[in-house]
Design a protein around this ligand. Structure first.
Ligand code: NCD
Length: 305
């Protein structure tokens, strides 16, 4: 049985197959409409989420399956003190596959070790968010035509932003990838990403503070919000929350075919005036998230259509 804890749980070949399946789902949704009939997805969300949870639910419903679950720790037995390992043993009796989000890093991994159904990490603390990465990869591959030879700017909260950590891990496996890490000094990528992932794999990267300086050369600009809930004090958050605002003037400095991605939710880091720019693809990205989760559910349940 397979789980998905990190994007690296899939080899480059498996990932390629999964993304191709997602593109086929996009083109022929009817073909997959009954693929998961009689199957249940449990969404166990110990931390708030709109997009990811509803994206999973929508994916399973599109496949003809059904959905059970909870959307906050208070509405589950966690509030009574139940452990994640007990909860997953129970959920294993109710559902065929589980998507779990948890504020503690590694909680979905613990769950997977006690589970008799596939577990998908739907975000664990500031650590990883592999299905957002699958979404990002599908968006880039579908709209740019490739995942290699790209200059990728990651901008915002690179310290706490788990989507950034997962995306870096996944992209370094493709040739010709270069990163421009754009953040305030206090929100730079964690040491383990810089040393053990980027430097250890000889990946070209620079760390800069000014978005204006970096934007002209980029093929992809991945914006992120400052992760308010992971700050220890409100003052630091307030000081940093509007550090970057992507607006029309900055978009004018960018290449004509640069894509702007954002995992959402957006706060102030992208001005709404950018939304109508054809290079702004963050709402398309949400749609790709559904296709890729459909492909992932089929893959983990070993259902062939
Ligand atoms: C991201 C997350 O939860 O890490 N959201 C999402 O799943 N689309 C990004 C964020 O919350 O900033």
């Amino acid at each position: 049985m397979r789980h998905l804890m990190s994007p690296l749980d899939l080899s480059v070949e498996e990932l390629d197959k999964l993304l191709t399946l997602a593109n086929d789902i996009e083109k022929n949704p009817g073909k997959y409409a009954h693929a998961c009939e009689g199957k249940k997805l449990a969404t166990c969300f110990y931390e708030p989420s709109t997009r990811t949870r509803l994206s999973f639910e929508s994916a399973m419903i599109n496949l003809g399956g059904s959905v059970i679950g909870f959307s906050s720790a208070d509405s589950s037995s966690a509030a009574k003190g139940e452990s994640v390992s007990d909860t997953i043993r129970v959920i294993s009796c109710f559902a065929d596959i589980c998507a779990m989000r948890h504020p503690k890093e590694g909680a979905p991994l613990v769950a997977s070790q006690h589970s008799s159904i596939p577990v998908i990490n739907a975000g664990d603390g500031g650590h990883q968010h592999p299905t957002q990465t699958l979404t990002d990869l599908l968006t880039i591959r579908s709209l740019k035509g490739r995942l290699d030879h790209l200059k990728i700017g990651l901008c915002g909260d690179l310290k706490f932003g788990r989507t950034v950590h997962s995306l870096i891990n996944a992209l370094i496996r493709y040739p010709g990838i270069e990163f421009v890490l754009i953040s305030p000094n206090e929100l730079r990528v964690p040491e383990y990403i810089r040393e053990d992932v980027l430097i250890a794999n000889h990946i070209p990267f620079v760390e800069v503070e000014r978005l204006e300086d970096a934007i002209p050369d980029l093929d992809i600009l991945y914006m992120t919000r400052v992760q308010k809930e992971r700050f220890f004090n409100e003052e630091d958050y307030i000081r940093m929350k509007d550090f970057y605002i992507l607006d029309k003037a900055k978009m004018e400095l960018a290449k004509k075919d640069m894509l702007v991605l954002h995992p959402l939710p957006r706060v102030n880091e992208i001005s709404v005036e950018v939304d109508n720019d054809p290079r702004a693809v963050y709402f398309k990205q949400v749609q790709y998230g559904v296709y890729v989760r459909m492909a992932l559910i089929l893959t983990l349940l070993e259902i062939e259509v």
